[in-house]
Design a protein around this ligand. Structure first.
Ligand code: ACO
Length: 311
């Protein structure tokens, strides 16, 4: 790649111009976008599983309807994101193969179990809350198709976050057992949610390039801090305790200082050794195999339509 062309590309990024699929882009920019967008798509698809687990056990028709809608939204997000990745010249089959063969990553958070109904509240409140914190800046990402996909995704995530918080509110206003269930869910989801933002900045291998290319607008640690600052008052309003004895408001910085994250747990989960990795992959593989007839029928129908159109 010619130095002048690369410099011209960086000038366009610096001028906040959007990069579109047919524009020149450095191979490394394309590669990191395919990596990030496809990991994001896989996360949405695998992310349907922990909550899907509670659709048949939602405590009321209203809760069930909201949860169904939310899980369907996640499927839609996955599909937009696969489509955005496809604009970079990779096929959906390839991406799905990478997921099913265990080569592609998806968010660490979806490898934890949903043990009680309160987990559905905690996921909406915390997991979707963290997702929004990370995704709002992606609406201004330099790659047009990804940035545009994020706008609708963020609107829907915001509904997901509210439905989760509202479940938590109902539980803390309920019986003592319900309040305990809400606290237990917060205890289990808090630390994995902080890990969602990725490794500390010093260990984040892609951050330097992604920031230069304006794919990333904030670092992993900056977003993690914003999330903690936003969530502490919400936990207080619920009357719940964040499971971190070192959590303290720092008058000097104006931020909440938090305790040490167990990065060994994070490494284990992304290496495939989290509590539910094997289950999640088995469920995805089964869904893919069970859906083979639909893909075959759609291809057969498309082939027939082509013949008919040509006749
Ligand atoms: N879970 C799994 N893998 C992770 C996580 C995580 N929570 N955080 C970081 N990683 C991986 C990265 O993918 C990268 O691996 P790779 O080199 O094999 O691709 C490695 O750890 C190093 O991390 P970084 O250099 O910090 O990677 P990056 O610059 O891509 O930043 C981040 C990670 C913040 C997750 C970024 O990719 C991003 O913003 N992605 C889009 C949002 C997203 O995917 N959200 C999914 C969860 S939200 C939801 O689906 C509801």
């Amino acid at each position: 790649e010619d130095a002048a062309i690369l410099a011209r590309f960086q000038e366009r990024i610096d001028a906040e111009e959007r990069i579109e699929p047919n524009d020149f882009m450095p191979a490394a920019y394309r590669k990191t976008l395919i990596r990030q967008i496809s990991q994001h798509a896989h996360s949405e698809i695998v992310g349907m599983l922990p909550e899907g687990n509670w659709i048949t056990r939602a405590p009321s028709l209203r809760r069930k309807a909201a949860l169904l809608a939310k899980v369907q939204d996640e499927c839609g997000h996955g599909l937009y994101l696969y489509a955005a990745a496809e604009t970079l010249g990779v096929s959906r089959e390839e991406l799905i193969d990478q997921l099913l063969s265990g080569k592609a990553k998806y968010s660490s958070i979806f490898n934890y179990p949903t043990l009680s109904w309160a987990d559905i509240g905690a996921i909406g409140w915390l997991v979707d809350g963290a997702a929004i914190m990370n995704q709002i800046p992606l609406c201004r990402c330099s790659y047009g198709p990804y940035a545009r996909a994020m706008i609708r995704v963020c609107k829907e995530e915001s509904f997901h976050q509210r439905q989760g918080y509202e479940i938590m509110l109902a539980l803390v206003r309920g019986s003592e057992a319900q309040r305990e269930m809400a606290q237990d869910a917060l205890n289990r989801w808090w630390w994995p949610c902080l890990m969602m933002f990725g490794p500390p900045d010093a260990d984040s291998r892609h951050s330097e390039a992604s920031t230069r290319w304006k794919i990333k607008r904030f670092s992993n640690d900056e977003l993690r801090q914003k999330f903690v600052d936003a969530t502490v008052p919400q936990a207080r309003y619920l009357g719940l305790t964040i499971p971190d004895p070192d959590l303290r408001f720092n008058e000097e910085t104006g931020h909440w200082d938090y305790g040490a994250i167990d990065w060994e747990e994070f490494r284990q989960v992304i290496a495939g050794n989290g509590p539910c990795n094997a289950d999640r992959m088995a469920a995805r593989r089964k869904a893919h195999e069970d859906g083979a007839w639909v893909r075959e029928a759609a291809c057969a129908h498309a082939a027939k339509s082509r013949v008919r159109a040509a006749a």
